[in-house]
Design a protein around this ligand. Sequence first.
Ligand code: ARG
Length: 556
Amino acid sequence: MTLDDIVKAAFAAAFPGVETPGLRVVPATDPKFGDYQCNDALKIAKKVGMKPRDAAQKVADALDKACFEKVEVAGPGFLNLTVRGDWIAQRLSELAKADKCGIPQSGKGKRVVIDYSSPNAAKQMHIGHIRSTVIGCSIDRIFRSLGYDVIADNHLGDWGTQFGILIKGYRECLTDEERANLTVANLEKCYVLSAAKAKEEDGVWKDACRAELVKLQQGDKENLALWKRFIEISIGEFERMYAKLGVKFDTYRGESFYNPLMPGVVEKLVKAGLAVESEGALVVNLENENLGVAIVRKSDGGYNYTTSDLACVEKRVEDYDPERIIYVTDDRQKLHFAQFFSICAKLGQKVKLVHVPFGLMSYQGKAISTREGNLIRLDDLLSEAVRRAYDIVKERGGSEELAAQIGIGAVKYADLSHDPATAIDFNWDKALALEGNSGPYLQYAHARVCSLLAKAGGVDAAPEGFIIATEPEKRLALQLLEFPGAVVRAAEAYKPSVLAEYLFQTAQLYSSFYQNTPVLKSEEPVRTARLKLCRLFGEIVKMALSLLGIEAPEHI
Ligand code: ARG
């Protein structure tokens, strides 16, 4: 029985027939108040017309004494609970026995689509793409761990006016050799050259770009083939980055995929009386919700980002029937998502839509911008991370593979340790610090446990046999028991940072346990019991790191 169930049972025994919806037992804010706390006696006192402290006392008397060393009624009627060591030991055995470190399979039978990374085609990925990729990947892993059937969908920006500019640039701004060995770097180069020419006053180049675009849109064979080639090359390059980052997508349905569906969506909006003409364009008025006006068909007849996302929801529902769709993008797109979510609701769309917005990232204290010239390529950032990590591990004989695990992990953790909603600064010294709240620190904590267990010459595999006697053991054990709850909280908030924070606290409690408690040198059966606690810590760190998309090497 979980602690929640035990306390619920006491409430039911003390107040038969009175419901306690949302009853919560939470870890105490300070160990001097015990291990856990429950404030629900205050609520029930109101319901039954009793003094809160008396109600709390009644629950205290009904609590199963086999679990508690001490139960105290405090303040206006709080219950402060101190659990017994043998009860904790029992719970640890259950946790050690459970699959996936006890993560509840609450997502079984439910499907979610997660739309993340989603870069624009024909451009190289840069440092600004880290957040969506890394946060999205972790949310993806967290939901999978809960048993959800996740479809990771990369909503590529692969359609739009830029392709007219690109096709024209490809034909006229590249050498034969560049065209033969086309790379994303060359595509980017011809785009820049062509876009500059499109700004020339006579407008000749611009008109030519426009003509190429129209041909493409009308299905011209040659332009369509070029466009396809651009997209294939782009995806190839993106996948090279994703391989470095350990990210995998189930589908790459870009904006173009939804293109044929847009007229139908607009027709539906018109039929439903939601879209109306305004200055030649078709718009949905959302002023009642303070969301302004959303254009769904421009005055030139073209569709836009909103139309495309509306079509996309419909198609995802039709093809996958998910219970929710999660979008991870920067917070400048907040209005876009609020608008199109609102339109979906008006259309009667039932699927739950969630936008996970993240703040801007700066680099070493400076804003990232093309103009500043510090738009660092993602490839270069990752290479530098690996190079810097290699400098650290090579003295100990670490391999390049290890350097990649540490360097990439450091980049990811530097992001994931912050609430997605906040702006962050990427700083090399902080990301790669061996002490403090960093990826390498956590990987190192894991590797140290692995070597401790190796040094012990193996530990009895049975999940039973925990002994919780000292305070540091108890603190660590109670924290380990919170792991499944931390995963659930991270998923509910769509914030990997919740898990990162849990992980860092856990590592700190482990280190104070380890510094204050002899393990290898203690007598049996305590020695084995402590080794089991260490092993469980190692397993949970490894699992938590993997949910953040970070590798956990055994030797550092
Ligand atoms: N390609 C877009 C960008 O680079 C992100 C797409 C996000 N997904 C979506 N369904 N709108 O900003």
